[in-house]
Design a protein around this ligand. Sequence first.
Ligand SMILES: Nc1nc2c(ncn2[C@@H]2O[C@H](COP(=O)(O)OP(=O)(O)OP(=O)(O)O)[C@@H](O)[C@H]2O)c(=O)[nH]1
Ligand SMILES: [Mg+2]
Ligand SMILES: [Zn+2]
Length: 346
Amino acid sequence: MSNFSSLSDLGWQPFFQQQLSLDEWDETIPARVVEQYKSEITVATEQGVFNIPLLATMPEMVVGDWLLLDSQQHVIRLLERKTCFSRKAAGSKLKRQLISANVDTAFIVSSMNDDFNLNRIERFLSLVNESGAEPIVLLSKSDQSEIPQSFVAQVQALDPFLMVESINCLDAVSTKKLSPWIKQGTTIAVLGSSGVGKSTLINTLLGKEQQSTAGIREDDDKGRHTTTRRSLISLGAGGMILDTPGMREIQIADCKEGIATTFADIEAYAEQCKFSDCQHQAEPGCAVQQAIVSGDLDQRRLNNYLKLLREEAFNSSSLSERRSSDKALGKYYKHTLSEAHKLKGR
Ligand SMILES: Nc1nc2c(ncn2[C@@H]2O[C@H](COP(=O)(O)OP(=O)(O)OP(=O)(O)O)[C@@H](O)[C@H]2O)c(=O)[nH]1
Ligand SMILES: [Mg+2]
Ligand SMILES: [Zn+2]
């Protein structure tokens, strides 16, 4: 990243500016988290890019966050997030993991080969819709497909208002299509499974090979997890773009509204069901089943909707159980501590 970017180049917007008092505006330095490591974060400011060690007293921060620093580069506070992506942490039933903050637009990339999967696209759409960012589905490797239009049609059939583009990530002429979203002051996240061309797209937009890329497996078109860390990259006056490691089966939690937005068609049918608690299986008067019979709705889409709802309910309840058990544990520690003090005092 070049050393002297304007705040606007870094994605600064009125939403963040409004959070500063006049004193803060005079005395503090806004800084954007562009990379994170175990014990430090990298931030970009108008003065340049540097690392700040993480302390236990600091709030949880994630790539994309805006911080206020004092003149010694100490973190004063974290600004409120405009949008936030999170998922259920891998390998844990109970933890939510932040993926990124303050993303305006999400490119959901899927390649037009054996790795293409509508269920996965709907999963990403739920996550992005929940976050408040605008989703754009990019169907990559248009140069390798003989039937790109049929892939586009399949995705467009999910939602007539969804933005869908087919692109060749290697070709700057093709990626020109994305220019309406590449603009100063905005932040884009590039999401999708490994090998779909996320880093390739970013390199083409940058006009240089900054991010590593690697060929995919020939037998099943899956990628090799080349990108291993999230990094927020400056496109100069074209805003900021976030490269992410491939996420295959991103586990969702706390995502009810995102699912409702993504599957608005099914939710509208469900309003017409005879029973308000209809499960849309074999109940009489089920308008959702009726839509399947009439060919207006795909069984695949309904199955995925029900699956995501079950997963969301399961993960969110484990998260809230964890929150209440954390509270109970806190009380227990306090109680034990005060008992110990009493004992000592005797
Ligand atoms: N022909 C063609 N090849 C592409 C396209 N996009 C990406 N590739 C190739 O696909 C391979 C994987 O691309 P990457 O950019 O590394 O994929 P990625 O999504 O960043 O993968 P991870 O970092 O593993 O998550 C590379 O060999 C790219 O050259 C495309 O639109 N057309
Ligand atoms: Mg990559
Ligand atoms: Zn029903």
